[in-house]
Design a protein around this ligand. Structure first.
Ligand SMILES: NC(=O)c1ccc[n+]([C@@H]2O[C@H](COP(=O)([O-])OP(=O)(O)OC[C@H]3O[C@@H](n4cnc5c(N)ncnc54)[C@H](OP(=O)(O)O)[C@@H]3O)[C@@H](O)[C@H]2O)c1
Length: 513
């Protein structure tokens, strides 16, 4: 059965009818665009065609069995093809489905025994079409694709999209990078589909792989904040003994104030949620094994390649990895006893509640700061400054602004972050911006943060992201670190040389008196 239902000319072909793709189509159509949906597995297109036929946008949405058919109905020039399919990990699989789709063809494998001859997108798009990759692609893949499209004279955009399926439907945060000329063609369409916060939460973020770099850093920050929130709920439950009602109350208060944001909102809701099947609190029935699709790993790898510290993000990634060893942890829990350094004093309950709020706030600030440090380091640098890894210039205040709406990491912190970069685009760290310095530098705040970490450590409970964040603060604000010992060690075994505090130059060696 054919699913091709096309009438007239369309503005956009959207390939990939997963949760993101199909909702993005609805969003574009609600904004007056005519869109064609296509998917690798035709049964999915059939289902989508049936559903959308019942919706008010039906006359603006078509479906096609193949991309070639869809492209024949694309307006030219000025039409666009947006791919929203599974991205590949360039280390594990240097050439993936998106490259097949764009350059090689035969992408549509309907199972091994039903492989159709699908042409490459570059061979079938009409003149003047903009190709958009809206998957969570690795920036290095996007950089390579930008070069290939430029060589072929095809306009290309690699864009990050944040907001999950609901965001795709109602307005996500969109982070397009790539060809400026391409953005001039499709920018209005993308901006109309985006969330709103002081304008559209979509702007041209920069050349080449800028969009996907910004999105990956966004995901790293997301990892850090999610982990810190989880640690606070767990600590209050395990140490103070709060039940879900009590936890919900504490979280609701934080969410209504300076900690507010989407991740806090959904966590607060999860604390109150009951499982439909059993009536038990939903968090009690969810297995403690965190999933991941790899973007936190990519962010950490990119940070290490850039030489930027991301302890909060890396700790969050490692905590997810540790959680995946469920069977090993259960076995170890039966063999390795937990010895605490004393019982928690119930009289200190209120102090720990204050400490929880400040520790969480500190970790959130640290996660954003590390992300923005990455953005700053990658942006506008001469090739020798960032190892030739990236080639774009970012406006950090604008990045903060487009994350304020529709975005998974939207939060109350993004206003002062934006303000900080508007005031000083060269700000070396958010910790030094007056707004954050006032909080993080305050004695009571720091004591609370330390008290939280000390309590978790003394009670034998993990607090990876919050402790890593505190170490980040302490390392950053320490004028003299023990790195002198590292240098002495390196010179001893490898004659690597060191710099001295009392003389200019490099390459000094240990010369014991
Ligand atoms: N989910 C989110 O919250 C979110 C947020 C931002 C960005 N993203 C990104 O958006 C993209 C889509 O995400 P999603 O959650 O909607 O779904 P997904 O599960 O990541 O991907 C499903 C889509 O990819 C297609 N696909 C998979 N392998 C393919 C291949 N080899 N050739 C052609 N098509 C292939 C599937 O087609 P079939 O139906 O034929 O399998 C389906 O349309 C991903 O890159 C994801 O990382 C997701």
């Amino acid at each position: 059965m054919s699913v091709t239902r096309l009438k007239g000319e369309y503005d956009l072909v959207l390939y990939g009818l997963g949760v993101m793709g199909e909702n993005f189509i609805r969003n574009f159509a609600r904004n007056g665009r005519r869109v064609i949906g296509v998917n690798r597995t035709v049964a999915v297109t059939e289902r989508f065609a049936r559903e959308v036929a019942q919706e008010e946008i039906a006359d603006r949405v078509g479906t096609a069995e193949t991309l070639a058919e869809a492209c024949r109905h694309l307006k030219s020039p000025g039409g666009a093809v947006l791919a929203m399919i599974k991205a590949n990990d360039p280390v594990v699989e240097p050439w993936g489905p998106i490259d097949d789709l764009f350059f090689k063809g035969s992408v549509a494998r309907y199972g091994d025994d039903d492989r159709r001859n699908v042409p490459a997108l570059v061979d079938i798009v009409p003149e003047g079409t903009v190709i958009i990759d809206a998957a969570n692609s690795h920036p290095h893949s996007t950089k390579r694709r930008c070069q290939e499209f430029a060589r072929r004279g095809i306009l290309f955009i690699g864009t990050g999209v944040s907001g999950g399926s609901e965001g795709a439907l109602k307005g996500p945060s969109i982070m397009p990078g790539g060809s400026r000329e391409a953005y001039d063609v499709v920018g209005d369409m993308l901006e109309a589909a985006a969330a709103r916060a002081e304008g559209a939460c979509c702007t041209y973020v920069g050349d080449n792989e800028a969009g996907h770099f910004v999105k990956n850093v966004h995901n790293g920050i997301e990892y850090g904040i999610m982990q810190a929130i989880s640690e606070v709920y767990y600590g209050l439950q395990q140490v103070v003994g709060l039940d879900y009602e009590g936890l919900h109350e504490v979280f609701a208060e934080m969410t209504g104030g300076s900690h507010g944001g989407y991740l806090m909102e959904i966590s607060t809701a999860a604390l109150a949620m009951k499982d439909a099947a059993t009536g038990r609190p939903v968090l009690d029935v969810i297995l403690d094994r965190a999933g991941q699709k790899g973007t936190g790993k990519w962010t950490s790898q990119m940070a290490f390649d850039l030489g930027v510290p991301v302890p909060t993000i890396a700790a969050a990634l490692q905590a997810r990895i540790m959680s995946s060893f469920k069977a090993a942890r259960v076995a170890a829990s039966e063999r390795l006893e937990r010895h605490t350094s004393g019982a928690f004093d119930a009289a200190e309950r209120d102090q720990l509640l204050w400490a929880a709020a400040d520790a969480l706030y500190g970790a959130m600030v640290a996660a954003y700061d590390q992300g923005f440090w990455m953005l700053r380091e990658a942006s506008g640098a001469e090739p020798e400054q960032n190892n030739g890894l990236y080639d774009f210039t970012l406006d950090l205040a604008e990045v903060a602004r487009i994350w304020k709406g529709g975005c998974i990491i939207r939060s109350a912190l993004l206003d002062p972050i934006r303000e900080a970069y508007l005031t000083d685009p060269e700000l070396p760290s958010l910790l030094l911006a007056p707004y954050f310095k006032q909080a993080v530098g305050c004695a009571r705040f720091q004591k609370n943060w330390r008290y939280w970490v000390c309590t978790m450590v003394s009670q034998g409970l993990p607090c990876d992201a919050i402790a890593a964040s505190l170490n980040y603060l302490d390392t950053y604000r320490t004028a003299r670190l023990p790195a002198n010992m590292i240098q002495a060690q390196r010179d001893t075994f490898g004659e690597h040389g060191f710099e001295r505090v009392d003389r200019e130059g490099k390459g000094f060696h240990l010369e014991p008196a």
